[in-house]
Structure formats: structure tokens, C-alpha cells
Write a protein that binds this ligand. Structure first.
Ligand code: S3P
Length: 173
């Protein structure tokens, strides 16, 4: 089984994915980390040097590679992965794969992303908190149509990490 965590930037995909994998005794991978290792570069540098279109091509390539080669894996995607190319179709049609949307509210995402902008090329340049809030609101609205195609959705606001992981396991198995 491959369990795929999707959701907006800072929705907790990697943190919760690691805990979930440990509980299930599965391997854990973060797609951004996998891209960085294979491309021998950081996500920020890939955006800077080769541009977003190149990054999106690589993202689809490595997603496909993992879906075709792995088992007993928890895979956390980048926030944009489900929204580009035919990635969501790929995820939904892959064998033995379940996708979970980790749904966090806009205020929660704004609070977290205010302090975590620098490593994220899509928001690193946004100067004020007001502009960041406006960007996240619009962006999440556009992306929700892809996220909501996931097999299951778990809301994460006001829940502890262990509570969310318990809920995930109950929904998945
Ligand atoms: C992106 C999210 C990032 C990373 C890249 C693009 C996006 O991952 O893949 O900066 O388009 O939302 P996280 O969701 O882990 O921040």
C-alpha cells in the first residue's frame, strides 16, 4: 500500500507522514526531499536556476517513479503536486494507493507560513502579512478542487498530531 498525503504548504504533510509511517512500520518519503536528493539541488535553487516549469516536470517524473516502484510507503507531496500535469489522475488510478487530504484552515496556514516563507519560492517574495493572507486565500481556493479529489479528507485544526494520525488510521483501514 502507498499512502499519499496531500494538502497546502504547511498543512503538516511531512510531520504527520513521518508519524504515520512509524506507526505502520512503513517507509516514509517526502517528494520534495526526493527531488532534492535526485536533482542534487534545493527546491529554491531549482526554481531560481531552471524555473517552475522544469520543477513541475521533475515533480511528475519522480512522483510516477515512486508510485511505480514502492510499496508500504507513506509519501508526502509538495503543496502543488496534485494541481499540475495529470498528477491527481495518476494518484487516483495507481494500484494499492490511497490519498488523504490534510485540510487546514486559512488562518492556521497563514500563521504557520508567516514564519516559514524563505524556503518556499512561491511565497518567499511576498512582503507583508496582508499580501500573504490574500495570496493564500486565493491560492487555496484554486487548489481545493484538486485536493478534494483525494480518497479521504482529515481536518487538522485544533487537533494534536497523535489525534490526527489515529483518525487517519481509522479512515484508511
Ligand atoms: C509548492 C510547495 C512546496 C514545494 C514547492 C512548491 C507548491 O512543498 O513543492 O515549493 O506549489 O505549493 P510544501 O508543500 O512541502 O511546502
Amino acid at each position: 500500500m502507498i499512502l499519499i498525503l496531500i494538502g497546502y504548504m504547511a498543512s503538516g504533510k511531512s510531520t504527520l507522514g513521518r508519524i504515520l509511517a512509524k506507526k505502520l512500520n512503513y517507509e516514509f518519503l517526502d517528494l520534495d526531499d526526493y527531488i532534492e536528493t535526485n536533482e542534487k539541488s534545493t527546491i529554491s535553487d531549482i526554481f531560481k536556476t531552471d524555473g517552475e516549469i522544469y520543477f513541475r516536470k521533475k515533480e511528475t517524473h519522480y512522483l510516477r517513479e515512486l508510485l511505480e516502484s514502492k510499496n508500504n510507503l507513506v509519501l508526502s507531496l509538495g503543496g502543488g503536486t496534485p494541481c499540475y500535469s495529470n498528477n491527481m489522475e495518476l494518484i487516483l488510478s495507481a494500484n494499492h494507493t490511497k490519498s488523504i487530504y490534510l485540510k487546514a484552515s486559512i488562518p492556521t496556514l497563514i500563521t504557520r507560513l508567516k514564519n516559514e516563507k524563505s524556503k518556499r519560492p512561491l511565497i518567499a517574495h511576498i512582503e507583508t502579512d496582508e499580501l500573504l493572507a490574500e495570496f493564500i486565500g486565493k491560492h487555496l481556493f484554486e487548489r481545493s478542487q484538486f485536493y478534494s479529489l483525494a480518497n479521504t479528507t482529515v481536518t487538522t485544526d485544533n487537533k494534536t498530531e497523535s489525534h490526527i494520525v489515529e483518525e487517519l488510521i481509522l479512515q484508511l483501514f
